[in-house]
Ligand binder design. Structure first.
Ligand code: T4K
Length: 402
């Protein structure tokens, strides 16, 4: 493959931007509008807009089938899904979870009055390190909360084993994991309960939304009840609950996008291959690969800027933004460095892998907004900066643009 010449002037230094429109990480990929309109119209025609409507039920059935799990409960978003799951399990005290995740994971526990205890993650999968969990577990630990970051399975077997030995639940934040698998099965039936996000920025989106999945029937019933104020029927209230219901418009969008989801994953796979080809062997840059043999959606395309690279992660993000590529720096800072956690007595714990990853990872655009050819051009531009990093860094310094 031809590489770009070294003297291509970055848009940050006055060159022509690589794209004439902005590419975003998190740009929703949508089913054809006519399909979305038709399903939304069907809900309008029925005048059944929320409260366990037929589209929500259809979404639950289809996702349960897809995820090969007996119970799938649609919720308004994954944050509420995590909160309802923690509450339905009666979790109290401390929750062990990774610091390298979206802040919503930690806030779900904190919001319930639980105490998030941050652990470091593993280099191998960016997921909760079981050795850290074993070190930090105490009689005050009420639950373990793992995260399948980027959709790569965290160390589920080891975490399930620790949870079982201590008699506590394992909740798995599967917000990124639709379309991803582990050990020959889709994620969704591991641990005590798993929680997916269907937010607009996710691979499968229902505008806002989430799915709680479990093999435990009694737990599924409690979650359904708590999703609807603890009301089983019009004559009773059985327990405290909240409003975590998904509405019919969200379910309509989710169902339409589900019809096209496998095609979207295939498209994202082609984007990943195009980026990977362009970036192969480039010094200082490494595309994060899926675990060999595991199903993967490639919704998150993650680039690691290795120590010693001439251009650091933040410089690359600035260069990319001038090219109209709105790369993101998920997850920066680590949760332990966000409020209210960093102001806790003793300050943030030392979590070296989390701190390094939060300073060295960036995410590249995926989804229908760009073609594999465009991903290849973007990969080549990054490769050019990787190969000629020292020159570009010197030019940025001269221009006062560091
Ligand atoms: N656990 C994990 C591991 C998570 O990553 C998340 C959510 C959760 C739990 C909680 O799930 P939910 O309760 O949300 O279901 C975004 C999302 O809001 C959040 O859902 C997601 N993770 C997180 C990774 O990304 P921000 O603060 O980055 O959002 P924002 O507004 O900056 O949007 C991101 C990018 O997406 C923008 O650059 C533009 C683009 N975008 C966004 C929206 C909403 C669009 O192009 N169109 C849109 O409609 O959090």
């Amino acid at each position: 493959m031809a590489t770009e010449p070294a003297d291509l002037t970055p848009a940050l230094l006055g060159g022509v931007p690589l794209f004439d429109r902005t590419l975003y990480v998190g740009r929703p990929s949508m089913a054809p509008e006519a399909e979305v309109h038709a399903r939304i119209q069907s809900a309008l025609d029925r005048r059944w807009l929320t409260n366990d409507g037929p589209l929500v039920q259809e979404l639950e059935h289809r996702c349960a089938e897809r995820l090969q799990v007996p119970h799938c409960i649609a919720v308004a978003n994954a944050t509420l899904g995590l909160e309802v799951a923690l509450r339905a399990l009666g979790v109290q005290g401390e929750v062990l979870l990774p610091a390298f995740t979206f802040i919503g994971t930690a806030h779900a526990a904190q919001w319930l009055g639980l105490t998030p205890v941050f652990c470091d993650v593993r280099d191998a999968d960016h997921g909760l390190d079981p050795a850290e969990v074993a070190r930090r577990i105490t009689p005050a630990t009420g639950a373990i909360l793992g995260v399948h970051l980027w959709g790569r399975a965290c160390a589920v077997e080891a975490l399930e084993d620790i949870a079982r030995r201590h008699g506590i639940p394992l909740i798995l934040d599967a917000a990124h994991a639709m379309g991803c698998g582990h050990a020959g099965r889709p994620l969704g039936s591991r641990g005590t309960v798993e929680v997916f996000s269907l937010h607009a920025t996710k691979g499968l989106n229902s505008l806002e939304g989430g799915l709680v999945t479990t093999t435990d029937e009694a737990l599924a019933q409690r979650i359904r009840l708590m999703r609807n104020f603890g009301i089983p029927d019009e004559d009773q209230v059985s327990c405290v609950g909240t409003n975590a219901k998904m509405n019919e418009f969200s379910a309509a969008v989710g169902l339409c996008n589900l019809d096209h989801f496998d095609d979207l994953c295939a498209h994202n796979h082609r984007l990943y291959e195009a980026y990977a080809t362009a970036l192969a062997g480039v010094p200082g840059l490494r595309l994060v690969a899926p675990a060999p043999g595991e199903a993967f959606s490639h919704h998150y395309i993650v680039l690691e800027v290795l120590p010693g690279a001439a251009l650091d992660r933040d410089q690359l993000v600035r260069l990319l933004r001038a090219e109209n590529v709105y790369a993101r720096r998920y997850f920066r800072p680590g949760c332990h460095r966000g409020e209210p956690y960093r102001s806790r007595p003793g300050g943030p714990p030392s979590l070296p892998v989390t701190d390094r990853l939060s300073q060295t990872l960036l995410q590249l655009p995926s989804g229908r907004q760009l073609s594999p050819d465009e991903a290849q051009r973007l990969g080549q531009r990054l490769a050019n900066w990787g190969r000629h990093g020292a020159e570009v860094a010197a030019r940025l310094r001269e221009a006062g643009a560091t």
